[in-house]
Design a binder for this molecule. Structure first.
Ligand SMILES: Nc1ncnc2c1ncn2[C@@H]1O[C@H](COP(=O)(O)OP(=O)(O)OP(=O)(O)O)[C@@H](O)[C@H]1O
Ligand SMILES: [Mg+2]
Length: 336
């Protein structure tokens, strides 16, 4: 009997789910009024910072781990129904879930339990280590390749890992990513322009203006409230301010990469030099980041196509290719 295969990568900012060749990638948030869900995903994010006081917008994943299991259940159910339009009833269903590495066993288990308790009828529920899925998504032959360094720069966490023959050799993460950059931007814009901006504007400014290293100075309008007069105003925000604001989180990330390189067994270091570092995650799209990392490490850096979706793409490949099957496992067997 043929299969319905679903892949899951539940991120701090974005919920990604694959089903066949479809990928759903929406904001991982929910809008509620009392106990009622008003909206979920991108629609809920549209309401964020704009909703009346009776509507609450919450993000159930904090720094890469599930913090609110109830809301996460509701979101999983709704995203599943949304991507599921073409699902053929009667087929068996398997779920493959990406789990972060540098978290506690309880936090890892929460991703698995989420699907187990969802009441979605499944034949198998399996997990895959996120760096392994990332490597597959970046086009690496994960089960055979040795000495692959993966740097996943997400919204809440940057995870740096070295994998070999489909397993993790060293991995560590730092609670820095896109969200930390947005907070820094809010601060910098307040100090420089006396302008109070929201998280959404900060994120937009990051995407429009941020770069690392050399780049042309440009400006972009930022809308907010003047902190002195209290009135709504707009100002042309300079890329110089944004680049300075993101420099500290960038340094934290490069420091972590260097630390992992220093902790990598020498034989694998030689392979990393040959293969290069693989960059994934939404934040890796900041222009100049690749060259900056090369300057800092003197190791060639490979970008991934559509990097925010590389984990879930990798999950699909691991689920579908027989030679990758051993990379997915049942948590009881490993977490026990
Ligand atoms: N073009 C871009 N330039 C800079 N940052 C970007 C760009 N596009 C998306 N981002 C940022 O990438 C982040 C989302 O990336 P991603 O989907 O990989 O994170 P996540 O999986 O939700 O988080 P995590 O893996 O930390 O739990 C957000 O902070 C977003 O602002
Ligand atoms: Mg992620």
């Amino acid at each position: 009997m043929s299969l319905n295969i679903f892949g899951l990568d539940i991120g701090t900012a974005q919920f990604k789910m694959s089903y066949g060749d479809r990928i759903l990638n929406e904001h991982n948030c929910i809008a509620t009024s009392g106990r009622e869900m008003v909206a979920f995903g991108d629609e809920a994010y549209d309401m964020f910072e704009k909703a009346p006081t009776n509507i609450k917008i919450t993000f159930p994943v904090k720094r890469g781990v599930i913090a609110d299991i109830e809301d996460m259940h509701i979101l999983l159910k709704n995203f599943y129904l949304k991507i599921n339009g073409a699902r053929r009833p009667g087929r068996m269903t398997d779920f493959y879930i990406a789990v972060p590495n540098d978290v506690t066993e309880v936090e890892k288990r929460a991703f698995y339990e989420l699907v187990v308790r969802s009441k979605i009828k499944c034949r198998h529920i399996l997990v895959v280590d996120k760096p392994v899925a990332d490597a597959a998504g970046a086009g690496v032959d994960v089960s055979r390749a040795k000495g692959i360094m993966i740097v996943n720069m997400g919204a809440g966490v940057t995870e740096v890992s070295v994998i070999s023959f489909g397993g993790i050799v060293v991995s560590n993460s730092v609670n820095t990513g896109g969200d930390r950059m947005d907070e820094s931007i809010i601060h910098a814009v307040r100090n420089e322009y006396n302008l109070e901006i929201g998280k959404k504007t900060a994120e937009r400014l990051k995407q429009e203006l941020a770069f690392v290293g050399k780049g042309e100075e440009k400006t972009f309008p930022g809308f907010g409230r003047n902190v002195l007069t209290g009135l709504p105003v707009s100002a042309r925000i300079s890329s110089r301010i944004i680049c300075k604001a993101i420099s500290e989180p960038i340094t934290m990330i490069t420091d972590k990469v260097r630390m992992i390189l220093e902790n990598t067994p020498p034989e694998l270091s030689a392979d990393i030099i040959k293969n290069g570092i693989f960059l994934t995650g939404g934040v890796s799209q900041i222009p100049g980041l690749k060259d900056h990392l090369f300057t800092e490490t003197e190791i060639q850096v490979n970008m991934t196509q559509r990097p925010a979706e590389s984990t879930v793409r990798g999950i699909s490949l691991i689920a579908e290719k027989a030679e990758f099957n051993r990379l997915a496992y049942v948590p009881e067997e490993r977490f026990a």
